[in-house]
Design a protein. Structure first.
Length: 237
């Protein structure tokens, strides 16, 4: 039987700005953006670290703000660079990619490739969070599980995971492919193209920042997600 290994990532874990680029974020609007959900996925890194401690698996995380360069966007995507870095010349943008973008993405891709070469199947959970309200609309979910519907393994896993969370904590609102589509542009989507469905399953775990806004909320989310994921992995072994 093929052994399955779990790996975690967190592409938007912080709002840090490396010193060479701090001048780009001196203005009031930039500082406000850094503090907001645009600067980072608020609460996501705390949740990812809790999962790492529970499962004792690798966590590939970045604490550099996505307003510098978005590690969860493909090259050429219009949101790869923000309004604060888009005006940099081509050489400066290339330097940003070399220093911050490629190291994160190449590191996790190389790790997965090494596991696949050893005959293992990889379950990759990318940990993110979303703003409770966007454009005046309230988002009606606590946790979203994002997957590619064309991949039966991912679909089945997320269905079982959703059901398991609801058994553990029936008051949590769990939705699949919400508030984004799992096949949209992102690191997980890129990795699906690199590795076949039999060797790689990628799921984005999206948690509402209203849930992760307190230590108690993070503990609640981490407990429910950990116990449910452990039961789903055990059932599939």
């Amino acid at each position: 039987m093929t052994k399955q290994v779990l790996v975690l990532s967190c592409e938007h874990g912080g709002a840090s700005v490396p010193s060479p680029y701090r001048c780009l974020f001196d203005g009031r609007a930039a500082r406000a953006a850094l503090r907001s959900h645009r600067g980072s996925d608020l609460g996501a890194l705390s949740l990812a670290r809790s999962l790492q401690r529970s499962f004792h698996v690798p966590l590939h995380a970045s604490v550099v703000t996505r307003l510098l360069v978005d590690l969860n966007r493909s090259l050429g995507h219009p949101q790869l660079f923000s309004e604060f870095t888009r005006s940099l010349d081509s050489a400066e943008r290339a330097a940003l990619l070399e220093r911050h973008y490629f190291p994160h993405r190449n590191h996790i891709e190389s790790w997965i490739e090494a596991q696949v070469r050893r005959g293992k199947r990889v379950l990759h959970v990318a940990v993110h969070s979303f703003a409770p309200r966007i454009d005046g609309r309230l988002r009606k979910a606590d946790i979203g599980l994002l997957y590619d519907p064309s991949r039966p393994g991912e679909k089945a896993l997320c269905e079982a995971w959703k059901n398991a969370i609801q058994v553990i904590d029936p008051d949590l609102r769990i939705r699949r492919n919400y508030p984004y589509l799992g096949k949209s542009d992102g690191l997980v989507t890129h990795l699906r193209k690199c590795f076949g469905a039999r060797r790689y399953m990628g799921v984005e775990l999206e948690s509402n920042q209203a849930l992760l806004g307190t230590d108690r909320g993070v503990r609640r989310a981490a407990g429910s997600v950990t116990r449910s994921l452990r039961s789903v992995i055990s059932a599939g072994s």
